[in-house]
Design a protein around this ligand. Sequence first.
Ligand SMILES: Cc1cc2nc3c(=O)[nH]c(=O)nc-3n(C[C@H](O)[C@H](O)[C@H](O)COP(=O)(O)OP(=O)(O)OC[C@H]3O[C@@H](n4cnc5c(N)ncnc54)[C@H](O)[C@@H]3O)c2cc1C
Length: 510
Amino acid sequence: MSQIDSAASRAPEFPAPIRRVVIAGGGTAGWMVAAALSRTLGKTLDITLVESDEIGTVGVGEATIPTLVTFHRLLDINEQEFMAATQATFKLGISFESWRQLGQDYIHSFGTTGKDHWTAGFQHFWLKGRQRNLAGDYGDYCLELRAALENRFAHLPRGGMNYAFHMDAGLYAKFLRRFSEGYGARRVEGKIVEVLADVEHERIRALRLDSGALIEGDLFIDCTGFRGLLIAQTLGAEWEDWSQWLHCDSAIALQTASTGDPVPYTRSMAREAGWQWRIPLQHRVGNGIVYGSRFLDEARARQILLDNVQGELLTEPRLIRFRPGQRRHTWRGNCVAIGLASGFLEPIESTSIHLIQRGVIRLLQMFPAAGINAADVFEYNQQTRAEIEHIRDFIILHYHVTERTDTAFWRTCREMSVPDSLRHRIDLFRDSGRVFRVPNELFAENSWIQVMLGQGIMPRQHHPSADLMDDAELGGFLGEIRQSVEQTVRRLPSHQAYLSTYCPVARPAA
Ligand SMILES: Cc1cc2nc3c(=O)[nH]c(=O)nc-3n(C[C@H](O)[C@H](O)[C@H](O)COP(=O)(O)OP(=O)(O)OC[C@H]3O[C@@H](n4cnc5c(N)ncnc54)[C@H](O)[C@@H]3O)c2cc1C
């Protein structure tokens, strides 16, 4: 892991107590921060959020991962109300289509697959079973994956079904706004035209709005999106560019009308120089293409997207440019950047909203009520850094381990050198089928296994524990798991039927 340089340990200290928190920006990041701070420390803090309707938000970011369920539980957000308010659907995983090879698909689902033994993960038993012709597809042993393919969903007792959501990003910000205002957060509409700061001592004092109003604060949270108005444009936090590994730097987003019932998974369809997403909501579908502008021009990207969407177009295609990477310091002086202001890899594994939630939880855990000290700042930056590097490696894996050689984009991804940390994981799995989760890492072993198998890495050997079972035992063990998954899936209602009773939304009259 890269270390945060020693400048962080020399960060200025602010002995003054923190009472006034100013959140700059009202996108998903700004309102998630406002919701978490107001719900937990709202009684002791004065929280103001500034946003500009004129500037607007990035308007994408509608697929999530299961950690959002936990975030909502921590905040006591009612799931049914949230889902109805944001036209949400359930998400059980991501279907990766043509990533390994044209026409070959796999699902990265949220569940666990099979049953592990304490000496060896389930994949070893599956590998042995495959060798002996006793095993089905790896996904046959995962409830969430099978339920996704069958288009079914229900909550199961004791967290028996791992899920996340697809949601309307604009409606989510509005929902969280109502929630935060209910806990005392104050919203100010206006464009920030000046940031008043003592840059040498990394201290922001106030934001000046176009109305002339001054919003003063003790702690500032920069949620201004890619602009990074406070953390970068004012305090000069550097951007570490990761485009040597992540070749996509542009996206075109577009909304369409639904043409059928929503499926409970995101679709990620690899294209000639990137990939296309399809995110089904209750009232519409979110679509977009993510691509590398070195390999594909905007006109062609737009055409590929338009040729591959279904249903009536509800919006004009909208171009979004980005630079994959991360700020070297996301907490600087009395400013913490959360959301796109802090970094952005790319959306393939829906990790950005998760990182917002991690950022605000970490801030709450280290909240500098009595004043900011350098050790906290250092620790915060160090943890943020470690967390995102694991995610970065997982994302690079999808591009690098491909059999596609049909375009310059895919050949570049295949042939590029990858971070040593990722190289090691790939070698370990290929040689021995082993995967180890690093402490505090987001993606668990089963995520790595599903993607590595899905992208075409077949381990050369399995653990000897699997050899302790004879064919009859192994066949019985695998068959039982598969049968139990199938029986449970057959009892589940359709995804649409479940949505209709769990979180019905008012449909416009025909
Ligand atoms: C193509 C694409 C697809 C994505 N898909 C996913 C996904 O599926 N899942 C996921 O988890 N994440 C996804 N993301 C990331 C996700 O969109 C963001 O993490 C999320 O929307 C948070 O954005 P934000 O709030 O940081 O920034 P923004 O939405 O850009 O909000 C910035 C806010 O700052 C305000 N602002 C800026 N300047 C000023 C100013 N001068 N004065 C006043 N206000 C100002 C704006 O008005 C706005 O309110 C995607 C990102 C991209 C680019």
